[in-house]
Design a protein. Structure first.
Length: 652
């Protein structure tokens, strides 16, 4: 086996500046071949596509199995998954410009807290000083601005209307862009808004709210605009002031009938098919409502500039893959934070629930099959669950400034765990995927490489047999190198050479108890792994942090580790945005949740040059739910700790 060094694999990769800023290498992608992709010429053709592709799925219960109606009032049926070039593994990586631990340099991600080094903007639970509690729905949230140049001092609060679900924000210069789920199931409708703003909710048709707040004067923030989009928010990204928001509408806004004492299942099926054939294009394409109450004036304003509802897309803006790829429409909306109304949108008739983006390409993926069984309508109007092997459809969009163009689609074998399992480099999409009949118990795992050929994403290389009968726990990409961790009883950590995209090759493998669910480069050819310690039989022993030396890719080693109590979990393993690394201090931070005591503390991990770890744990900073806890770097070894709805400062 040939010997590889990081110096060779790191040649030509992005350079890292002090503080973790990455200079992106020039793109090697060919120009987008948008003209080669099938587009709809008019609304009649688009409507025919929707109806023809959906008609076989319509049954006595419309587009849903009977069980749906027993649970539709209890939970949302919409599921969302919640990016330049990667540095080499010999380089330490800090947080992005707004304090978030992002997947790709140059691409910011929404989060519950952001900073520019002088202020912190975060989303907190209610308690607004600008609305009376009688006028404010219970459970409301505020956008809070805090001065952190000295001792933290709250400057202002802006209440979010209604009960906005899953609210997150982006900080773009002096603008705060707040995004959240505005559907009936993501939160109650805003009682201050008219029926135009709160149409009857359709199953599977989420709604997304976007609010832009001007904080040029952070003491007196001003709501500049509010829009409400049809479609559930899959994800959003910010690229040097340009925002792209991915929305999905999974079904038309059509009221189907159901069987009852006067209507047999067969009659209901025929009626539902008639209803579908009589649908209009307005039933399928998403719209956007602008000028919502609170779109002008100072903090807490409830004035309205006159709501306007308009189509988000023209029929000619919609394209389709070569074959039907899931029910629904994926829309990519592009706008500037300074002028959110000047938006553009493109769409593809497909389903999507997972987003990964580099500075050059945005990929949307959705996985079908591999569960307990998918409902398949039979000729007698009954429904049978049939298990299908998992398969993942992926759609690629080219990014060029404010232009977003759909370019290609393809199919990934198996199940893709999360967005960290995807990476683009030198014009290739690389994907770590689980293979087999069952996504929860894969037969094996693989890294598959794709390239764009016309309007197709075509597989050009694959290395398989990774972690037989094990699950992928984490993936990290470094140019021509991939690190993949799988687990069942012990933790194989694989180093994979991708320098030849057509012949990826496993270079080395390390087997140790436990596993790492998140990997982070800390410099000097070292990776910090956060996960779980375990016995040789796979029994969990509690949270663990470990350091791996990968200077010799054929012989990776663990050189340091520290464990926590049983029933503990490091929050960064489920949400990497909860992780912070300070390269100059060689210090990592992550909340650690203790399910035995119901408390969350902050773990401070100092990594020495030889890989040994020194751990300090603070007192309680939150209860067991640590989803809103963040540590934002402020420079000079200081961080802003956002926890419990307030901001404090720590020196590490």
């Amino acid at each position: 086996m040939r010997r590889r060094t990081l110096a060779v694999l790191g040649a030509g990769l992005a350079s890292v500046l002090a503080g973790g800023t990455v200079l992106a290498a020039p793109t090697l992608y060919p120009p987008a071949a948008a003209g080669e992709l099938p587009a709809f010429t008019d609304c009649e053709e688009l409507l025919a596509w929707y109806v023809d592709s959906t008609l076989p799925m319509v049954g006595p219960w419309g587009l849903d199995p009977p069980a749906y109606y027993a649970m539709r009032d209890q939970q949302s049926m919409l599921t969302t998954a919640a990016e330049g070039s990667a540095p080499g593994p010999d380089e330490a990586v800090g947080s992005g410009e707004t304090g978030t631990n992002v997947q790709e340099a140059g691409v910011d991600e929404p989060d519950v807290a952001k900073t520019d080094g002088t202020i912190v903007v975060h989303i907190a639970n209610g308690g607004s000083r600008t609305w009376s509690r009688q006028a404010r729905p219970a459970g409301g949230r505020d956008v809070v601005v805090t001065d952190v140049t000295g001792s933290p001092r709250e400057l202002s609060r802006v209440p979010l209307a209604g009960r906005l679900g899953n609210a997150e924000l982006l900080l773009v210069g002096d603008k705060v862009v707040v995004l959240g789920d505005d559907s009936y199931y993501g939160g109650m409708p805003d009682p201050m808004e008219s029926r135009l703003m709160a149409p009857e909710f359709s199953p599977g048709q989420g709604r997304t709210s976007v609010m832009v707040i001007d904080i040029t004067d952070p003491v007196a923030p001003r709501i500049e605009s509010r829009q409400r989009y049809d479609g559930g928010l899959v994800s959003a990204r910010e690229y040097d002031g340009t925002l792209r928001m991915v929305l999905t509408t999974s079904r038309p806004t059509i009221d189907f009938v159901v069987p009852n004492r006067d209507r047999t299942p067969g009659q209901a099926r025929l009626e539902n098919r008639r209803i579908l054939r009589n649908s209009t294009i307005e039933d399928w394409l998403p719209s956007v409502t602008s000028g919502l109450p609170g779109s002008s004036g100072s903090s807490g304003s409830s004035g309205s500039s006159g709501a306007e509802r308009s189509p988000l897309l023209e029929c000619e803006d919609v394209r389709h893959p070569g074959k039907q790829s899931g029910l629904g429409t994926i829309s990519v909306v592009t706008f500037d934070a300074d002028s959110p109304a000047d938006r553009s949108a493109t769409a593809v008739t497909a389903a999507g629930e997972l987003v990964y983006s580099s500075t050059d390409r945005l990929y949307l993926a959705t996985t079908a099959g591999g569960g307990w069984g998918e409902p398949v309508p039979l000729a007698d109007d009954s429904v049978q669950a049939v298990q299908q092997p998992p398969r993942t459809q992926v759609h690629a969009f080219a990014l060029d400034g404010t232009d977003t163009t759909y370019v290609a689609s393809g199919e990934i074998p198996g199940w893709v765990k999360d967005r960290w399992s995807l990476s683009e480099h030198d014009g290739h999409l690389r994907v770590a995927t689980a293979l087999g009949q069952d996504m929860w118990n894969p037969a094996e795992n693989a890294v598959v490489v794709f390239e764009e050929r016309g309007d197709d994403l075509v597989e050009v290389g694959r290395v398989a047999k990774l972690g037989i009968d094990e699950q992928i726990q984490s993936v990290r990409w470094f140019g021509d190198l991939a690190i993949v961790v799988t687990f069942r009883q012990v933790d194989p950590l694989y180093t994979i050479d991708l320098s030849d995209p057509t012949q990826p090759e496993v270079l080395g493998e390390l087997k140790i108890p436990g596993f790492s669910a998140y990997l982070h480069p800390v410099g000097d050819d070292r990776l910090l792994g956060l996960g779980q310690n375990a016995t040789l039989t796979g029994s969990m022993l509690g949270a663990q942090a470990a350091v791996f030396d990968i200077s010799n890719l054929e012989d990776p080693k663990r050189v340091g580790a520290t464990g926590f109590n049983r029933d503990t979990m490091l929050s960064a393993t489920s949400d990497p945005r909860a992780f912070t690394y300070l390269p100059e201090q060689r210090t990592a931070l992550s909340p650690v949740q203790d399910y035995g005591t119901g408390r969350t503390r902050l773990a401070i991990l100092r990594v020495a040059a030889d890989g040994t770890i020194t751990r300090t744990t603070t007192g309680q900073i939150a209860d067991w739910d640590a989803s809103g806890v963040r540590t934002l770097p402020l420079g000079n070894g200081q961080v802003a700790l956002v926890a419990g709805g307030k901001v404090t400062k720590l020196s590490v």
